[in-house]
Design a protein around this ligand. Structure first.
Ligand code: HEC
Length: 428
């Protein structure tokens, strides 16, 4: 624990005089809550309590200092790496120190009655809204397997009925049960397979992954707790073929009471004529087989066949996987870590977009590693009591997607053909 004087030095950049005021709600605590916390911690938000008012935060001052200094809150999985990530959540050393000092010095108010404003949740203008045809209920607790095994997901199919291809720059998820819904991933299906599967019974949606054949859910991005908008950078879009359905894989965490779910998804179209389609390159290990109590590091690599811009990446794995790392070995340049998640938690999973697109020339080797711990000590292990873990899936027992854009239409076509061939090789 730092001494108060040391903390004060940090906050004031070393210029501590006897007159330097202790931190108060008026400054800077309210602003810190506003910038970093209330997006989730507001009434009806995904977090269990609000942190908008002084009366909410003061009784929790020590708890807030603790969870922030341990980097538990705000939740953000990737470790800072060589590639900067957009919409990064995190506190500066000064902000962390201010929260510590505020707790240690009696969480003063500073004569400020105002509350931290919830950031503009202004209804974003969308071009098309898709809504679940009927509601589905997230059970209060579910059956014995709920939240264990991997039975915490449900997949819904939202018909788009588009005659022409759509170029989608952002996906906006209007979540009807923010506390019960965590990671969501999207895929555009023009084969009808997902809808056929959904319509085999009378229940809306199905207990399946959102993968369709060899295509991995997440090919049109994803949203998660506190980040219900998935936005591609200007100049890029997801391409939705004519007559598609939007397939939405939704993961839950039951809260002890049932939640009625009627999700809607807004699509914002790209306006830039020159905008380029984003494709997903899949890294995966098709099958894992790990004895009870053991750990395994599994890896996959491929060589990118065309020059591309890498836009972002999405890790996909259950909680039995404790870390994921995606690195690019660039010809003539060496290894660049694209995404490093040392303490993976599927609850906070998001697609991570790069601050600026990263050029990867043809010949770049993309290497992904997953650390899987099939042990009792892995506190996120959904497979308890531990037994032999044997999982196989067409699109990978563990996987990740790298979002890339080719430099032109011919190159894009070759990239897609290469990806389809690679999938055929892997699944047959
Ligand atoms: C992305 C959403 C999000 C953001 C941003 C966020 N929280 Fe949380 N917070 C949660 C959720 C959800 C929980 C409930 C625990 C869980 O789901 O693991 C939580 C729990 C907590 C808890 C209780 C911890 C516990 O172990 O139960 C504290 C304290 C907390 N948050 C403080 C903060 C503070 C302070 C900030 C800002 C610096 C912050 N949170 C930012 C979503 C968020």
């Amino acid at each position: 624990m730092m001494s108060l004087a040391a903390i004060a030095t940090l906050i004031c950049g070393g210029q501590v005089g006897s007159g330097s005021p202790p931190p108060t709600w008026a400054h800077p605590v309210r602003e810190i809550m506003q910038t970093h916390c209330v997006s989730c911690h507001h009434t009806n938000g995904p977090a269990p309590f609000s942190l908008a008012r002084y009366e909410d935060v003061a009784p929790r001052a020590a708890f807030v200092a603790e969870v922030t200094s341990q980097h538990i809150m705000p939740p953000w999985l990737p470790r800072p790496g060589e590639v900067e990530l957009r919409d990064h959540r995190g506190l500066s050393p000064q902000e962390l120190a201010a929260l510590q000092a505020w707790a240690a010095s009696g969480h003063l108010n500073g004569d400020d009655k105002t509350t931290a404003r919830v950031p503009e949740t202004k209804v974003q203008e969308v071009d098309l809204v898709l809504t679940m045809p009927e509601a589905w209920t997230v059970p209060a607790e579910g059956d014995v397997n709920w939240g264990r095994r991997d039975r915490d997901k449900w997949t819904f199919v939202l018909p788009i009925l588009n005659e022409a291809p759509l170029r989608v720059q952002s996906i906006v998820h209007r979540c009807s049960a923010p506390r019960a819904v965590h990671a969501v991933t999207y895929l555009a299906d023009d084969t009808g397979a997902a809808l056929w599967n959904d319509q085999r019974d009378d229940i809306v949606g199905s207990y399946m992954t959102g993968d369709v054949r060899d295509h991995s859910s997440g090919q049109c991005g994803g949203t998660g707790v506190g980040s219900r908008v998935c936005r591609l950078p200007q100049g890029y879009h997801w391409l939705i073929p004519p007559h598609s359905d939007l397939v939405m894989e939704v993961h839950f965490r039951p809260t002890g009471r049932p939640h009625e779910l009627r999700e809607s998804v807004g699509l914002v179209f790209a306006t830039d004529e020159e905008s380029r389609p984003v494709r997903s390159l899949l890294s995966m290990v098709r099958r894992v087989d790990i004895p009870a109590g053991e750990s395994q590091r599994v890896a996959d690599e491929y060589v990118i066949p065309e020059d591309v811009e890498a836009i972002g990446a999405l890790p996909r794995a259950l909680g039995v996987c404790v870390s994921i790392r995606i690195a690019a070995d660039i010809p003539g340049e060496g290894e660049v870590v694209l995404l490093d998640v040392p303490d993976y938690d599927p609850h906070w999973r998001l697609p991570y977009m790069f601050e600026s697109p990263r050029y990867l020339p043809a010949g770049t080797i993309v290497r992904t590693t997953w650390q899987i711990e099939n042990t009792e000590d892995n506190h996120r292990n959904p497979f308890l009591p531990v037994e032999r873990l044997s999982m196989a899936r067409r699109t990978g027992a563990v996987s990740s997607l790298l979002y890339v854009a080719a430099e032109g239409p011919e190159s894009d076509t070759r990239l897609q053909e290469w990806q389809a061939d690679a999938m055929r090789m892997r699944t047959h």
